[in-house]
Design a protein around this ligand. Structure first.
Ligand code: DQA
Length: 141
């Protein structure tokens, strides 16, 4: 059975109350429940991880080597700043999809750059929580 790691970065623990007009009303817990339900249907195993700390996310990616077959990551603000997360993904070479709930290209210019996209299979931006579900579906094949 394939194992997929779902990583959410800083401030995504506040989903539900955080700028609901941008990120919607679902909590991270509710999103993870939807992902777990889909994983059952797809017959894949998932682990969900959230951290507000760059180093913890780097550790999680490094420790995923030889354990996980795919990574779905919403690096949140670290998308636009983190060479360390990019380098960790490049090092482990686990197929990764970058997900953003909002359309980062219709927002502030500083959100238009992603350090993560060049080391990802692809990027989904602006499809709300469906982005996570589509990414899981893709990596489960
Ligand atoms: C985000 C977009 C980022 O620019 C922002 O810093 C986030 C969330 C999204 O899911 O739309 O925290 O990754």
């Amino acid at each position: 059975m394939k194992k997929i790691l779902i990583i959410n970065g800083p401030n995504l623990n506040l989903l539900g109350t955080r700028e609901p007009e941008v990120y919607g009303k679902l909590t991270l817990n509710e999103i993870e429940t939807e992902l777990k339900n889909l994983a059952k249907e797809l017959k894949v195993e998932i682990e969900c991880f959230q951290s507000n700390h760059e180093g913890e996310i780097v550790d999680k990616i490094c420790n995923a080597q030889n354990i996980f077959d795919g990574i779905v990551i919403n690096p949140a603000a670290y998308t636009h700043t983190s060479v360390a997360i990019r380098d960790a993904l490049a090092a482990v070479r686990i197929p990764t999809i970058e997900v953003h709930i909002s359309n980062v290209y219709s927002r502030d210019e500083f959100r238009h750059n992603s350090f993560i996209a060049p080391v990802s299979v692809g990027q989904i931006s602006g499809l709300g929580i469906k982005g996570y579900l589509f990414a899981l579906q893709y990596l489960s094949k």
